[in-house]
Design a protein around this ligand. Sequence first.
Ligand SMILES: [Zn+2]
Length: 121
Amino acid sequence: MHELSMAESILSTVIENSEKNHAKKVIEVVIEVGKMAMLNSEQVIFLLETLSEDTIANDANFIVKEIPIEIECSECDFNGKLDSTDIDPYTPLPVCQKCGSLKVLVKGGKDIIVKNIVIDQ
Ligand SMILES: [Zn+2]
């Protein structure tokens, strides 16, 4: 399950960083999820809350922000964000919304990043 392995790796990043900073408790975690990553945000939050029981992050507020896909088209030079409705979840290939070309370079919205961790020392 995609979401579960992501939630596990996000949580281990959070705990590792918090322990390095001598945290007693994790208060808030902001995670940026690119639309290309095709993660179900609600499911990720639910899994994070479940997995964080018995860790220093058990009361943390997990916030997932979805990041739009940004492309550069090599056919028509369109450069910018894609409307999420253009993406078919079963074949998540970005298509240029201006000319329909598949020759696009994905510049953003691919990654899952732990953006911010608020801790209580
Ligand atoms: Zn184009």
